[in-house]
Design a protein around this ligand. Structure first.
Ligand SMILES: *Cc1c(COP(=O)(O)O)cnc(C)c1O
Length: 381
Protein backbone atom coordinates (compact mmCIF):
# COMPACT_ATOMS: atom_id res chain seq x y z
CA UNK A 1 0.00 0.00 0.00
CA UNK A 2 2.80 2.43 0.78
CA UNK A 3 4.17 1.74 -2.69
CA UNK A 4 0.87 2.90 -4.17
CA UNK A 5 1.02 6.07 -2.03
CA UNK A 6 4.56 6.74 -3.19
CA UNK A 7 3.51 6.24 -6.79
CA UNK A 8 0.67 8.72 -6.39
CA UNK A 9 2.97 11.38 -4.91
CA UNK A 10 5.57 10.74 -7.59
CA UNK A 11 3.02 11.24 -10.38
CA UNK A 12 1.63 14.37 -8.68
CA UNK A 13 5.14 15.74 -8.40
CA UNK A 14 5.81 15.13 -12.11
CA UNK A 15 2.65 16.93 -13.22
CA UNK A 16 2.76 19.51 -10.42
CA UNK A 17 -0.94 19.35 -9.62
CA UNK A 18 -3.28 18.13 -6.88
CA UNK A 19 -6.26 18.04 -9.31
CA UNK A 20 -7.73 15.06 -11.13
CA UNK A 21 -5.06 13.57 -13.34
CA UNK A 22 -6.20 12.07 -16.66
CA UNK A 23 -4.49 9.21 -18.49
CA UNK A 24 -3.77 11.21 -21.61
CA UNK A 25 -4.47 14.80 -22.59
CA UNK A 26 -3.66 16.51 -25.88
CA UNK A 27 -1.21 19.42 -25.91
CA UNK A 28 -1.52 22.39 -28.26
CA UNK A 29 1.72 24.33 -28.24
CA UNK A 30 2.23 25.12 -31.93
CA UNK A 31 0.31 26.56 -34.88
CA UNK A 32 -3.02 24.91 -34.05
CA UNK A 33 -5.10 28.10 -33.68
CA UNK A 34 -3.45 29.79 -36.64
CA UNK A 35 -4.10 26.88 -39.02
CA UNK A 36 -7.67 26.38 -37.82
CA UNK A 37 -8.46 30.05 -38.37
CA UNK A 38 -6.87 29.79 -41.81
CA UNK A 39 -9.39 27.15 -42.83
CA UNK A 40 -12.29 29.33 -41.70
CA UNK A 41 -10.90 32.43 -43.45
CA UNK A 42 -10.45 30.41 -46.64
CA UNK A 43 -13.94 28.80 -46.32
CA UNK A 44 -12.30 25.42 -47.06
CA UNK A 45 -13.31 23.63 -43.88
CA UNK A 46 -14.62 20.44 -45.40
CA UNK A 47 -13.49 17.59 -47.61
CA UNK A 48 -11.02 19.41 -49.83
CA UNK A 49 -8.36 21.91 -48.90
CA UNK A 50 -4.67 22.64 -48.73
CA UNK A 51 -4.23 21.16 -45.25
CA UNK A 52 -5.41 17.73 -46.36
CA UNK A 53 -2.67 17.70 -49.03
CA UNK A 54 -0.11 19.07 -46.60
CA UNK A 55 -1.07 16.47 -43.99
CA UNK A 56 -0.63 13.65 -46.51
CA UNK A 57 2.81 14.99 -47.52
CA UNK A 58 3.89 15.26 -43.90
CA UNK A 59 2.74 11.71 -43.18
CA UNK A 60 4.71 10.40 -46.17
CA UNK A 61 7.84 12.10 -44.82
CA UNK A 62 7.34 10.97 -41.22
CA UNK A 63 6.58 7.35 -42.06
CA UNK A 64 9.01 7.21 -45.01
CA UNK A 65 6.30 5.85 -47.31
CA UNK A 66 5.35 6.64 -50.91
CA UNK A 67 1.72 7.47 -50.31
CA UNK A 68 -0.36 8.67 -47.35
CA UNK A 69 -4.14 9.07 -47.49
CA UNK A 70 -6.03 11.14 -44.92
CA UNK A 71 -9.18 9.48 -43.60
CA UNK A 72 -11.93 10.28 -41.15
CA UNK A 73 -10.60 8.01 -38.38
CA UNK A 74 -8.26 5.11 -37.75
CA UNK A 75 -10.98 2.46 -37.66
CA UNK A 76 -12.24 3.30 -41.16
CA UNK A 77 -8.62 3.40 -42.32
CA UNK A 78 -8.07 -0.18 -41.16
CA UNK A 79 -11.36 -1.27 -42.71
CA UNK A 80 -10.27 0.11 -46.10
CA UNK A 81 -6.67 -1.15 -45.73
CA UNK A 82 -7.97 -4.71 -45.32
CA UNK A 83 -10.19 -4.36 -48.38
CA UNK A 84 -7.19 -3.00 -50.34
CA UNK A 85 -5.14 -6.13 -49.71
CA UNK A 86 -8.05 -8.32 -50.80
CA UNK A 87 -10.02 -9.20 -47.67
CA UNK A 88 -13.53 -10.35 -48.63
CA UNK A 89 -16.67 -11.66 -46.94
CA UNK A 90 -16.09 -15.04 -45.31
CA UNK A 91 -12.28 -14.70 -45.17
CA UNK A 92 -10.18 -15.09 -42.03
CA UNK A 93 -7.78 -12.42 -40.77
CA UNK A 94 -5.03 -13.23 -38.26
CA UNK A 95 -4.77 -10.75 -35.40
CA UNK A 96 -4.30 -10.45 -31.64
CA UNK A 97 -7.00 -10.68 -28.96
CA UNK A 98 -5.14 -8.20 -26.78
CA UNK A 99 -6.09 -5.01 -28.60
CA UNK A 100 -8.56 -2.16 -28.75
CA UNK A 101 -11.89 -3.30 -30.19
CA UNK A 102 -11.42 -1.26 -33.40
CA UNK A 103 -8.84 -3.78 -34.70
CA UNK A 104 -11.36 -6.63 -34.63
CA UNK A 105 -14.27 -4.43 -35.75
CA UNK A 106 -12.40 -3.34 -38.89
CA UNK A 107 -12.11 -7.03 -39.83
CA UNK A 108 -15.82 -7.66 -39.13
CA UNK A 109 -16.88 -4.61 -41.21
CA UNK A 110 -15.39 -6.44 -44.21
CA UNK A 111 -17.55 -9.48 -43.46
CA UNK A 112 -14.39 -11.36 -42.46
CA UNK A 113 -13.65 -13.29 -39.27
CA UNK A 114 -10.84 -12.47 -36.88
CA UNK A 115 -8.61 -15.36 -35.81
CA UNK A 116 -7.12 -14.46 -32.45
CA UNK A 117 -3.49 -15.49 -31.96
CA UNK A 118 -1.35 -14.91 -28.90
CA UNK A 119 0.88 -11.92 -28.22
CA UNK A 120 4.50 -11.89 -27.11
CA UNK A 121 5.03 -11.36 -23.37
CA UNK A 122 7.72 -8.80 -24.14
CA UNK A 123 6.01 -6.80 -26.92
CA UNK A 124 2.32 -7.26 -25.90
CA UNK A 125 1.73 -7.42 -29.69
CA UNK A 126 1.13 -10.28 -32.12
CA UNK A 127 3.70 -13.06 -31.68
CA UNK A 128 5.52 -14.38 -34.79
CA UNK A 129 5.77 -17.78 -33.08
CA UNK A 130 1.99 -17.91 -32.61
CA UNK A 131 1.45 -17.11 -36.32
CA UNK A 132 3.97 -19.77 -37.33
CA UNK A 133 2.36 -22.41 -35.09
CA UNK A 134 -1.12 -21.65 -36.32
CA UNK A 135 -0.14 -21.73 -39.99
CA UNK A 136 1.84 -24.95 -39.61
CA UNK A 137 -1.27 -26.59 -38.24
CA UNK A 138 -3.99 -24.97 -40.39
CA UNK A 139 -2.29 -23.20 -43.31
CA UNK A 140 -2.60 -24.47 -46.87
CA UNK A 141 -0.83 -22.51 -49.60
CA UNK A 142 -2.69 -22.52 -52.92
CA UNK A 143 -2.36 -20.69 -56.21
CA UNK A 144 -4.44 -17.73 -55.03
CA UNK A 145 -3.22 -17.45 -51.46
CA UNK A 146 -3.41 -19.19 -48.12
CA UNK A 147 -6.39 -21.21 -46.90
CA UNK A 148 -7.40 -22.65 -43.55
CA UNK A 149 -7.37 -26.46 -44.05
CA UNK A 150 -10.01 -27.04 -41.36
CA UNK A 151 -12.55 -24.35 -42.22
CA UNK A 152 -11.82 -24.02 -45.94
CA UNK A 153 -11.81 -20.22 -45.62
CA UNK A 154 -9.16 -18.04 -47.21
CA UNK A 155 -6.72 -16.40 -44.75
CA UNK A 156 -6.44 -13.12 -46.60
CA UNK A 157 -4.52 -10.84 -44.21
CA UNK A 158 -2.55 -10.57 -41.01
CA UNK A 159 -3.19 -7.52 -38.80
CA UNK A 160 -0.62 -7.03 -36.03
CA UNK A 161 -1.04 -4.09 -33.66
CA UNK A 162 1.81 -2.17 -32.00
CA UNK A 163 0.40 -2.07 -28.47
CA UNK A 164 0.70 1.33 -26.73
CA UNK A 165 3.40 2.25 -29.28
CA UNK A 166 5.74 -0.68 -28.50
CA UNK A 167 6.68 -2.19 -31.86
CA UNK A 168 5.99 -5.90 -32.46
CA UNK A 169 8.62 -8.14 -34.11
CA UNK A 170 7.40 -6.88 -37.45
CA UNK A 171 10.33 -8.21 -39.51
CA UNK A 172 9.66 -11.80 -38.45
CA UNK A 173 5.91 -11.37 -38.94
CA UNK A 174 6.49 -10.13 -42.50
CA UNK A 175 8.91 -12.98 -43.24
CA UNK A 176 6.48 -15.64 -42.03
CA UNK A 177 3.49 -14.06 -43.80
CA UNK A 178 5.44 -13.70 -47.08
CA UNK A 179 6.18 -17.41 -46.96
CA UNK A 180 2.47 -18.19 -46.46
CA UNK A 181 1.37 -15.61 -49.06
CA UNK A 182 -0.55 -13.53 -46.53
CA UNK A 183 -0.41 -9.72 -46.86
CA UNK A 184 0.34 -7.78 -43.67
CA UNK A 185 -1.60 -4.68 -42.64
CA UNK A 186 -0.14 -2.86 -39.61
CA UNK A 187 -2.54 -1.41 -37.09
CA UNK A 188 -0.15 1.39 -36.21
CA UNK A 189 -2.94 3.50 -34.68
CA UNK A 190 -0.98 3.82 -31.42
CA UNK A 191 2.56 3.89 -32.74
CA UNK A 192 3.10 7.10 -34.70
CA UNK A 193 6.82 7.91 -34.32
CA UNK A 194 7.82 4.44 -33.07
CA UNK A 195 10.66 2.67 -34.85
CA UNK A 196 11.71 -0.92 -35.37
CA UNK A 197 15.43 -1.26 -36.25
CA UNK A 198 15.42 2.41 -37.30
CA UNK A 199 12.40 2.15 -39.60
CA UNK A 200 9.01 3.74 -38.77
CA UNK A 201 6.21 1.39 -37.77
CA UNK A 202 3.40 1.39 -40.29
CA UNK A 203 5.88 1.26 -43.21
CA UNK A 204 6.67 -2.47 -43.06
CA UNK A 205 3.39 -4.02 -44.16
CA UNK A 206 1.60 -3.71 -47.51
CA UNK A 207 -0.45 -1.02 -45.79
CA UNK A 208 -0.22 0.73 -42.40
CA UNK A 209 -2.84 2.76 -40.57
CA UNK A 210 -2.54 5.54 -37.97
CA UNK A 211 -5.12 7.23 -35.76
CA UNK A 212 -5.33 10.91 -34.82
CA UNK A 213 -8.10 10.52 -32.27
CA UNK A 214 -8.04 12.91 -29.31
CA UNK A 215 -6.33 10.43 -27.00
CA UNK A 216 -3.45 9.47 -29.35
CA UNK A 217 0.10 10.89 -29.24
CA UNK A 218 -0.97 13.73 -31.57
CA UNK A 219 -4.52 14.52 -32.65
CA UNK A 220 -6.64 16.01 -35.41
CA UNK A 221 -9.74 15.90 -33.19
CA UNK A 222 -10.67 12.77 -35.07
CA UNK A 223 -8.85 11.33 -38.02
CA UNK A 224 -6.61 8.69 -39.48
CA UNK A 225 -4.06 8.02 -42.18
CA UNK A 226 -3.46 5.06 -44.48
CA UNK A 227 0.16 4.70 -45.64
CA UNK A 228 1.69 2.41 -48.25
CA UNK A 229 4.73 1.98 -50.48
CA UNK A 230 2.57 0.36 -53.13
CA UNK A 231 1.63 3.20 -55.52
CA UNK A 232 -1.34 1.35 -57.01
CA UNK A 233 -2.79 0.61 -53.57
CA UNK A 234 -2.27 4.26 -52.61
CA UNK A 235 -4.31 5.45 -55.58
CA UNK A 236 -6.98 2.85 -54.84
CA UNK A 237 -7.10 3.94 -51.20
CA UNK A 238 -7.77 7.56 -52.14
CA UNK A 239 -10.40 6.43 -54.64
CA UNK A 240 -12.29 4.17 -52.23
CA UNK A 241 -12.25 6.69 -49.40
CA UNK A 242 -13.61 9.48 -51.63
CA UNK A 243 -16.79 7.67 -52.83
CA UNK A 244 -15.03 5.95 -55.78
CA UNK A 245 -15.79 8.86 -58.09
CA UNK A 246 -14.37 8.82 -61.63
CA UNK A 247 -12.69 12.12 -62.49
CA UNK A 248 -15.04 14.16 -64.66
CA UNK A 249 -15.58 17.89 -65.12
CA UNK A 250 -19.20 17.82 -63.99
CA UNK A 251 -20.77 14.37 -64.04
CA UNK A 252 -21.17 11.98 -61.14
CA UNK A 253 -19.78 8.59 -62.10
CA UNK A 254 -19.09 6.05 -59.37
CA UNK A 255 -18.04 2.60 -60.56
CA UNK A 256 -17.46 0.81 -57.25
CA UNK A 257 -18.84 0.77 -53.72
CA UNK A 258 -16.82 3.58 -52.16
CA UNK A 259 -16.95 5.34 -48.81
CA UNK A 260 -17.13 8.92 -47.63
CA UNK A 261 -14.14 8.53 -45.36
CA UNK A 262 -12.26 11.74 -46.18
CA UNK A 263 -10.69 13.80 -43.43
CA UNK A 264 -12.15 17.34 -43.35
CA UNK A 265 -9.68 20.18 -43.95
CA UNK A 266 -10.52 21.53 -40.48
CA UNK A 267 -9.16 18.36 -38.89
CA UNK A 268 -6.20 18.23 -41.26
CA UNK A 269 -5.24 21.77 -40.19
CA UNK A 270 -5.09 20.64 -36.57
CA UNK A 271 -3.14 17.52 -37.59
CA UNK A 272 -0.54 19.57 -39.50
CA UNK A 273 0.12 21.81 -36.51
CA UNK A 274 0.47 18.75 -34.28
CA UNK A 275 2.74 16.87 -36.69
CA UNK A 276 5.07 19.88 -36.87
CA UNK A 277 5.67 19.22 -33.18
CA UNK A 278 5.92 15.43 -33.39
CA UNK A 279 9.61 15.26 -32.53
CA UNK A 280 8.98 17.48 -29.50
CA UNK A 281 6.17 15.11 -28.39
CA UNK A 282 8.43 12.09 -28.85
CA UNK A 283 11.28 13.67 -26.92
CA UNK A 284 9.00 14.64 -24.02
CA UNK A 285 7.37 11.20 -23.97
CA UNK A 286 10.71 9.42 -23.85
CA UNK A 287 11.93 11.78 -21.12
CA UNK A 288 8.87 10.96 -19.02
CA UNK A 289 9.34 7.24 -19.68
CA UNK A 290 12.92 7.48 -18.36
CA UNK A 291 11.67 9.12 -15.16
CA UNK A 292 9.06 6.42 -14.64
CA UNK A 293 11.58 3.67 -15.41
CA UNK A 294 13.94 5.07 -12.78
CA UNK A 295 11.15 5.47 -10.22
CA UNK A 296 9.76 1.95 -10.62
CA UNK A 297 13.18 0.23 -10.40
CA UNK A 298 12.93 -2.41 -7.69
CA UNK A 299 9.21 -1.72 -7.14
CA UNK A 300 6.45 -4.35 -7.29
CA UNK A 301 4.99 -2.54 -10.27
CA UNK A 302 7.37 -3.08 -13.20
CA UNK A 303 7.57 -0.26 -15.75
CA UNK A 304 7.24 -1.70 -19.27
CA UNK A 305 9.75 -0.85 -21.98
CA UNK A 306 10.10 -2.08 -25.57
CA UNK A 307 12.50 -4.44 -27.35
CA UNK A 308 16.11 -3.20 -27.48
CA UNK A 309 15.99 -2.99 -31.30
CA UNK A 310 13.01 -0.61 -31.12
CA UNK A 311 12.27 2.98 -30.17
CA UNK A 312 8.77 3.23 -28.71
CA UNK A 313 6.80 6.47 -28.87
CA UNK A 314 5.60 5.76 -25.30
CA UNK A 315 2.09 6.84 -26.21
CA UNK A 316 0.45 5.16 -23.19
CA UNK A 317 2.88 4.07 -20.50
CA UNK A 318 2.17 1.07 -18.36
CA UNK A 319 3.30 -1.03 -15.43
CA UNK A 320 2.99 -4.76 -14.85
CA UNK A 321 1.73 -5.88 -11.43
CA UNK A 322 2.40 -9.30 -9.84
CA UNK A 323 -1.12 -10.67 -10.18
CA UNK A 324 -4.75 -9.68 -10.59
CA UNK A 325 -5.18 -8.86 -6.89
CA UNK A 326 -2.25 -6.46 -6.71
CA UNK A 327 -3.43 -5.00 -10.00
CA UNK A 328 -6.89 -4.36 -8.54
CA UNK A 329 -5.38 -2.75 -5.44
CA UNK A 330 -3.24 -0.51 -7.63
CA UNK A 331 -6.24 0.51 -9.76
CA UNK A 332 -8.38 1.21 -6.70
CA UNK A 333 -5.72 3.16 -4.79
CA UNK A 334 -4.74 5.39 -7.69
CA UNK A 335 -8.25 6.09 -9.00
CA UNK A 336 -9.52 6.90 -5.51
CA UNK A 337 -6.70 9.41 -5.25
CA UNK A 338 -7.90 10.94 -8.56
CA UNK A 339 -4.86 9.69 -10.44
CA UNK A 340 -6.35 8.00 -13.47
CA UNK A 341 -5.10 4.51 -14.23
CA UNK A 342 -6.81 1.86 -16.36
CA UNK A 343 -6.53 -1.88 -16.92
CA UNK A 344 -5.59 -3.06 -20.40
CA UNK A 345 -8.53 -3.93 -22.72
CA UNK A 346 -10.67 -7.03 -22.26
CA UNK A 347 -9.54 -9.82 -24.60
CA UNK A 348 -11.54 -9.76 -27.83
CA UNK A 349 -12.78 -13.36 -27.60
CA UNK A 350 -14.43 -12.49 -24.27
CA UNK A 351 -16.67 -9.92 -26.00
CA UNK A 352 -20.08 -11.27 -27.11
CA UNK A 353 -19.61 -10.51 -30.83
CA UNK A 354 -16.27 -12.34 -31.00
CA UNK A 355 -16.80 -15.20 -28.55
CA UNK A 356 -17.13 -17.83 -31.27
CA UNK A 357 -14.00 -16.85 -33.20
CA UNK A 358 -11.06 -19.18 -33.71
CA UNK A 359 -8.22 -18.65 -31.25
CA UNK A 360 -5.12 -20.34 -29.86
CA UNK A 361 -4.24 -20.93 -26.19
CA UNK A 362 -3.68 -17.23 -25.41
CA UNK A 363 -1.31 -17.95 -22.53
CA UNK A 364 0.50 -14.60 -22.75
CA UNK A 365 -2.58 -12.50 -23.49
CA UNK A 366 -4.33 -13.94 -20.41
CA UNK A 367 -1.24 -13.31 -18.28
CA UNK A 368 -0.95 -9.69 -19.41
CA UNK A 369 -4.64 -8.86 -19.16
CA UNK A 370 -4.51 -9.63 -15.42
CA UNK A 371 -1.44 -7.48 -14.79
CA UNK A 372 -1.03 -4.49 -17.11
CA UNK A 373 -2.16 -1.05 -15.98
CA UNK A 374 -1.82 2.22 -17.87
CA UNK A 375 -0.58 5.22 -15.91
CA UNK A 376 -0.81 8.97 -16.68
CA UNK A 377 1.20 9.55 -19.86
CA UNK A 378 0.48 13.08 -21.08
CA UNK A 379 3.44 15.17 -22.12
CA UNK A 380 4.56 17.30 -19.17
CA UNK A 381 4.52 21.03 -19.91
C1 LIG B 1 -7.29 4.23 -31.54
C2 LIG B 1 -7.17 2.92 -32.16
C3 LIG B 1 -7.82 2.59 -33.36
C4 LIG B 1 -8.88 3.40 -34.02
O1 LIG B 1 -8.66 4.69 -34.20
P1 LIG B 1 -9.88 5.74 -34.27
O2 LIG B 1 -9.22 6.89 -34.93
O3 LIG B 1 -10.29 6.02 -32.86
O4 LIG B 1 -10.96 5.13 -35.10
C5 LIG B 1 -7.57 1.36 -33.94
N1 LIG B 1 -6.76 0.46 -33.37
C6 LIG B 1 -6.15 0.74 -32.21
C7 LIG B 1 -5.26 -0.30 -31.64
C8 LIG B 1 -6.34 1.94 -31.55
O5 LIG B 1 -5.74 2.17 -30.38
Amino acid sequence: MSEIKNTISFIREIYQTQDFMPLHEPRFVGNEKKYLLDTIDSTFVSSVGAYVDKFEDMMQDITKTKKAIAVVNGTSGIQVALRLVGVKTGDEVLTQALTFVATANAIAYNGAKPVFLDVGLDTMGLSPGAIQNFLEEYGDIREDGCYNKKTGNRISACLPMHTFGFPVRIDEIIRICNFWKIPVVEDAAESLGSEFKGQPTGSFGEVGVFSFNGNKIVTSGGGGAIVTNNAALGIKAKYLTTTAKKPHAYEYVHDELGYNYRMPNLNAALACAQLEKLSWFLEKKRELAKKYEEFFKGANAKFRTGLPETKANYWLMCVELDNRNTRDEFLKGTNEAKVMTRPIWELMFRLPMYENCLKDEQVNAKFLVDRIVNIPSSVVI
